[in-house]
Design a protein around this ligand. Sequence first.
Ligand code: BGC
Length: 794
Amino acid sequence: MRKNKKTLPLLAAVFGLLAAKSVCAQTGTSLPQLGKNSNAEVIAAMTLEEKAKLVVGNGFHMPGSRRQEPTIGQTQDKVPGAAGTTFAIPRLGIPSIVVADGPAGLRIQPIRNNDSSKTYYATAFPVATLLASTWDTALVRQVGVAFGSEVHEYGVDVLLAPALNIHRNPLGGRNFEYYSEDPLVAGKMTSAIVNGIESNGVGTSIKHFAANNQETNRNTINTIVSERALREIYLKGFEIAVKNAQPWTVMSSYNKINGTYTSQEYDLLTTILRKEWGFKGLVMTDWFGGRDPIEQMKAGNDLLMPGTPQQSQKIIDAVKHDSLSSKVLDENVNRVLNLILQSPSFKKYKYSDQPNLKKDAEVSRTAAEEGMILLKNDNNALPLTGKIKVAAFGNTSYDIIAGGTGSGDVNKAYTVSLVDGLANAGFAVDEELQKTYTTYLSSERLKHPKKNFMEEFMNPTPPIDQLTVAGDLLNKKAEEADVAIFTIGRNAGEGRDRKLENDYFLSDTEKEMIKNIADAFHAKNKKLIVVLNIGGVIDVASWRDNADAILLAWQPGLEAGNAIADILSGKTNPSGKLATTFPMDYKDVPSAKNFPGKEFPEQASTGNGVFRQVPAEVTYEEGIYVGYRYYNTFNIKPAYEFGYGLSYTDFDYSDLRLSGNTFAKTIRATVTIRNSGKIAGREVVQLYITAPAKTIDKPAEELKGFAKTKLLQPGQSETISFTINPDDLASFDTKRESWVAEAGSYTVKIGASSQQIKQTASFSLTKEIVTERDHKVLVPQTEINEMKSQKRAF
Ligand code: BGC
């Protein structure tokens, strides 16, 4: 018989059934098995209870604590210190999978069962804000490759990272975990690291979706934000990451957007994420996020983490009482199964528990060096050359901060301090100061016994007061040493935002120290270098005149001291640039008067017993004017602008050429960068666009592309090319629910920063383009007195 086209699918179906049946026979059971049978068959064989447990994690288990509920199949003990696991159903071949934090390195317990003969340390990579400051997506991808290999080799299936919320305000407690104030940078960095991590065959969870830009009242805060600001600023990075990297999972956030918890918002998780952007993976909650499991299921929040038995019970009851359809639940279950199918646990990967930590530390160090930013360098105070003697001041010169706290922390085997890094690089470090500081720090540490993760989370250990070095000792050091380094350290993390006093602003001791060190050393014609070991923006304007040079080292991971020393010595020429603005004054920050919002204590509940829940709201009145979009449009001079960073060499920009004067489908811009200085270096090149702004309110300019040159030798040039697409010209027009590129003249600005524009060229768009029509969703229920550019009334 000749097979015709119609009989083929029929035969295939019959064959498929036979195959499935025989496979089931092989397992000695008539039950379908995950991966051998279709998901539909597996789901059909599941009980309602099993489904309701599969979409809810196995519960929260703190290391050392009693488990709150029994787990079945694989348990959290597979990887102690991991943040959670899913429910296993062995009879259907469904294993449990393991998820673990976090954004700067894998967070698992380093020592198991008090046996330190075998350790499980992970590499602390530089924090996300530093990675963004590299502006080097290829490098960030490499960090991802190294990072993902540790996830894989330690038996974890999904990393709960990267995090890409926006630096809306400098006080955001988790800003160090996030990349930038700009969604293009955040989206591109996220895509790069996700692609790197997932190339190992493990998953990621891009988080926290969305508008989770503060920690104050994080479980209750209602973020009131316009559709335009939401889409252009707070969703854009996620959109870029979903479209370019298709991460295995997305983590919804704790907050509400315009009245609804994100994990319960169908229009966020389904209409936008899945229908508009084409996301194919799974959505999980943040830990204990949201309130109503039924609404979460309906919204498309497939997995509730870490999971409670009450959530499963509610789901069972809702299906029985027809308030949740089995069809919806089956879709959620199907997505959990798809995730498990991809996982190393399902593939029975034999992880070694021995990632190549040595190699990964090198990756961490390289990334750290590429993301440090030289903010100031008067009279070539840096690099420090020769075998000179360094007087290192500041607690964090001896106790450097590799990364932030909370779930963004990493249990690393070591952190190289600044003084050790200097010594490794061949500098002589003043021993008397070293002894003074280390004795002081050890005695202070004894006053604060080490707490476990939860105790620390609830009641963080305050930073050790800055040791004052003044008078004779300071003068003696100014006499003996060749240069002074003063390190300012800041730490923050999950659960609380930063404060203005003694955090954003320097403490009185720090201010006095900077002034006194500067005076003492300058009197001897010697220099003061300030190193900023911080995770977020601090005030610089009030003290920077005292420093000859300022190196923004961020929180650079476990090789901190070595990386800083390489920059200070000139072994590596600094090439990082700011992906977040340093304002002149906190009052200049566009969200200052709307951060962290209003509380309604009279409506407070006792919460879940641990956290008091205070209803609160924050209104994003600054709209799209976040970061440089604000400072540039409203002519507010920052201390150091977005995109800014110095080098030990100079670069010339020339020959900006556009592929046409009129925009057709795309336009290509090329520009040549030449190293015009005396030593090799890399330059970050930024492309901004100024739009006509006739019918749509637009920022003065917006970043639409960036690139980093290769290492250019003195005199060497590189031509960089950018492609400008219609999307790069479009803004979200709320009335039309569309992305619109208006007709008119556009200026391409190639800059060394958002304010140092080196080359410009123009093209025109003859006819408006509607690049995309979207849904009218997530509409604020109250009117927002939103900031508009003063240039025109719209
Ligand atoms: C954090 C998440 C983290 C989760 C699991 C939550 O408190 O907000 O970022 O992934 O805990 O540890």
